[in-house]
Design a protein around this ligand. Structure first.
Ligand code: KG4
Length: 328
């Protein structure tokens, strides 16, 4: 069978990324131009600045991705950009570039849902992984339990009713004075602390999550006891949210009968969460988690999803628009 090469474009938040992927699983290049340094001084991503920097980076990053993969536009079978969810201005840069490229080099345009991309990061890391499986998606914008029925067929079993878990990590980091991006900083400080502070857990009667209660509790504790040990607070926060994640994941495993679990999204880079989820293997669950560099936003996972959409026959036209709140 002929190889299929997809060119993935990701610009939903603060990473401009372009990747070339063969047959959905083999990464020929994955260039990531991160804007973290630019947004650091504002304590978070400033949407307008993100869009401007995507515009500045997109052509350069595309050129680098082609060069590193040693391919030309002629070798590409489909252009597969993220079209949502994300920041609308940021999405529009990658999507408009993809549309212009598709028109000028006469290659099909195949839009990708960013959440689908985070799931696909696992296909790149594990060549043997195939649906069906359960996926716990934990990122800066989303927290969802997803029944992955097939490569392009999903059922959302549960989701957060308020903050995404990554937002809660970032908020905790900000209030204890760690700055942006918060998740990785909470991860390292927690290693120096003890999880000895009791924090509230929110239990739902279904598979939904809620992180606003614990986030507020950390803010209040930090405010009322300014000399509280910050490392202990981070470790306690991390332990409590992990218990909440595992509790619902166990319920979903029981409900679906699935024995294969994949995690994905930026927060799946958290070392404590990775360690605790791996323990589920002792209960007979096969646990997959993407390589660290594929957990946070990147275009390789988008090109992988683009491949599966493409072989399923999905094609978009130049009317494809950015959808900031796109659902799976
Ligand atoms: O997946 P991602 O890059 O963007 C979205 O698609 O939302 O996720 C970014 C989120 C941020 O909230 C960041 O703080 C968090 O992932 N994150 C982490 C870690 N690395 C990134 N959270 C906890 N521990 C980490 N090591």
């Amino acid at each position: 069978m002929k190889d299929i090469i997809t060119l993935g474009i990701e610009s939903s938040c603060d990473e401009t990324s372009v990747a070339i992927v063969k047959n959905g699983r083999e990464v020929l290049s994955n260039i990531i131009d991160s804007q973290i340094k630019i947004h650091e001084k504002y304590g978070g991503v400033v949407p307008e600045i993100a869009s401007r920097n995507h515009i500045e980076a997109i052509s350069r990053v595309t050129k680098m991705a082609l060069e590193e993969a040693k391919v030309t536009f002629d070798d590409i079978d489909a252009i597969t950009p993220t079209y949502g969810p994300g920041l609308v201005g940021a999405l529009l840069v990658g999507l408009s570039y993809a549309k212009a490229l598709s028109y000028s080099i006469k290659k099909p345009l195949v839009g990708v849902n960013h959440i689908q991309g985070h799931i696909a990061a696992n296909y790149i890391t594990y060549k043997e992984l195939q649906p069906p499986f359960l996926c716990l998606l934990i990122s800066g914008g989303n927290t969802q339990l997803i029944y992955v029925k097939d490569y392009t067929e999903f059922e959302v079993l549960g989701k957060t009713r308020d903050d995404a878990i990554g937002e809660a990590f970032d908020k905790v980091a900000r209030v204890v004075g760690l700055g942006y991006p918060g998740g990785p900083k909470v991860d390292s400080l927690a290693k120096e602390g003890k999880a000895n502070i009791e924090l509230p857990k929110t239990h739902m009667d279904n598979l939904d999550f809620s992180f606003s209660g614990i986030k507020t509790a950390v803010i209040n504790l930090n405010h009322n006891k300014p000399d509280i040990n910050k490392a202990d607070l981070c470790a306690s926060f991390e332990k409590t949210v992990t218990e909440m994640l595992i509790e619902n994941t166990r319920k979903a495993i029981k409900q679906t009968g699935l024995k294969t679990l994949a995690i994905g999204g930026g927060v799946s880079a958290n070392s404590y969460i990775r360690g605790e989820f791996l323990k589920l293997e002792q209960e007979g669950i096969k646990v997959y988690m993407p390589d660290m560099k594929l957990c946070t936003d990147n275009a390789a996972m988008i090109a992988s999803s683009g491949y599966y959409n493409f072989i399923k026959g999905k094609r978009d036209n130049l009317n494809l628009n950015a959808v900031p709140n796109l659902k799976l």
